[in-house]
Design a protein around this ligand. Structure first.
Ligand SMILES: Cc1cc2nc3c(=O)[nH]c(=O)nc-3n(C[C@H](O)[C@H](O)[C@H](O)COP(=O)(O)OP(=O)(O)OC[C@H]3O[C@@H](n4cnc5c(N)ncnc54)[C@H](O)[C@@H]3O)c2cc1C
Length: 356
């Protein structure tokens, strides 16, 4: 029997960054990776955008989250001598007068100064999409190449005999008082990072996950002036060689990860309204299910009845930004028994738990 500190279930962004961090801290870790289910991280745009929503809101913890994300992605990039996070300017195009009003209001608030760039007018030539109301730039954004990051980490885990290439069937996990056993492994703790599959996880299905299906396209299009990300409700992310990631739809309570043809149609129609007939060709269409939560806070913590079981999940639409900072809290819980913030602790849902 192979003895471990941690078995991590799920090789998405949450599970991979957690396995990497615990391994670097000197713990013995294995990560179960289902080769037949890609998960949300492998289709995600990976965008990090500090200013979001109709009210152009900046959350209180954004600067802390950005610092943690930049530091962790830089650590990974340095280790593998490559780049995984690409800082980019974001041009947000105004959709209506209210957004213009919010921009003026936010621009007068000191804590927004770091993130809000200058406005641009409808006459600005460098914006390749129609923008009749103008817009403004957002600083400190960018995108994580999630597939590249996950591939680097998976290769590293493989080389260090840390992967089990198999889905964990929930009913095959044997949970003892102070350990778990599964497929010849014994671990002190098992951590579920199973994304939207948590909906079928009998240990944690009492948590109110909200499946948010999303379609995303890769396009080929005309050359544009630079690598600024364009955000007009949807976002258009320039890659290399006149290709673009473009997305994404949101279908609430839709947990099937298969691409939806109507989603592709909707995305292309919305782009068409902004491109005045410029030819964009769809090269591929992917989809995934964001593991979101009803209160928009992640699910982090220890199972209320089974001490060896933990969960690190529920990162919704913003995993690239938020996972690294929650990871810091979570590893302190695992290794030093320090509680995580109440707002993300799963104990906020204890009354829904069906285990006595
Ligand atoms: C279309 C789309 C666009 C997105 N765009 C962005 C974006 O621009 N920026 C951003 O920050 N976020 C974006 N997201 C959200 C982002 O994908 C998530 O926040 C993040 O990837 C969640 O990571 P995760 O590891 O928790 O879940 P997942 O990536 O879903 O990973 C779960 C993993 O667990 C594995 N698994 C599940 N059950 C088992 C089991 N029983 N045994 C073994 N393995 C198992 C799965 O195979 C999968 O690999 C987008 C999502 C979608 C769908």
């Amino acid at each position: 029997m192979k003895e471990l500190d941690f078995l991590i279930i799920g090789q998405g962004l949450a599970g991979s960054l957690l396995a990497w961090t615990l391994h670097r801290q000197g713990f013995s870790v294995n990560i179960a990776h289902d080769p037949d289910y890609a998960g949300a991280s492998r289709v995600a745009g990976g965008m990090i955008n500090p200013i979001t929503g109709l009210r152009l809101a900046l959350a209180d913890n954004t600067s802390r989250q950005l610092a943690a994300a930049n530091s962790l992605y830089q650590q990974i990039a340095d280790f593998f001598s490559t780049t995984v996070f690409y800082p980019r300017k974001i041009a947000r195009l105004f959709k209506n007068d209210q957004e213009q009003d919010w921009y003026r209001k936010r621009a007068s608030q000191p804590r927004y100064r770091e993130y809000l760039g200058e406005p641009f007018s409808p006459a600005t030539q460098t914006i390749p999409l129609s923008h009749e109301l103008g817009g403004f730039y957002i600083r400190k954004g960018g995108y994580l190449d999630t597939c590249k990051c996950l591939d680097l980490l998976l290769q590293y885990f493989d080389n260090n005999n840390m992967t089990v290439s198999s889905a964990v069937k929930y009913n095959q996990l044997q949970v003892n008082a102070d350990s778990i056993q599964w497929q010849g492994l014994q671990a002190r703790q098992a951590i579920f990072c199973d994304g939207a599959r948590m909906l079928n996880n009998p240990w944690f299905d009492w948590l109110p996950m909200q499946a948010l299906h999303g379609d995303i396209l890769t396009l080929r299009g005309p050359a544009i002036h630079d690598d600024t990300i364009l955000n007009f409700g949807n976002w258009l992310l320039p890659l290399q060689g006149n290709t673009y990631r473009y997305g994404a739809t949101i279908h609430v309570d839709h947990a099937d990860p298969a691409p939806v043809p109507a989603g592709r149609k909707q995305l292309l129609a919305e782009l068409n309204l902004r491109t005045s007939g410029k030819p964009f060709t769809c090269l591929s269409h992917h989809a995934g299910v964001r593991p979101a939560t009803r209160d928009r806070m992640p699910f982090i913590g220890k199972h209320p009845k089974y001490d060896p079981l933990f969960i690190f999940n529920g990162f919704g639409s913003k995993g690239s930004l938020t996972i690294p900072s929650y990871l810091k809290q979570f590893t302190r819980l695992l290794c030093q028994q320090k509680p995580v913030d109440a707002e993300c602790d799963i104990s906020r849902y204890l009354e829904a738990c069906h285990f006595d």
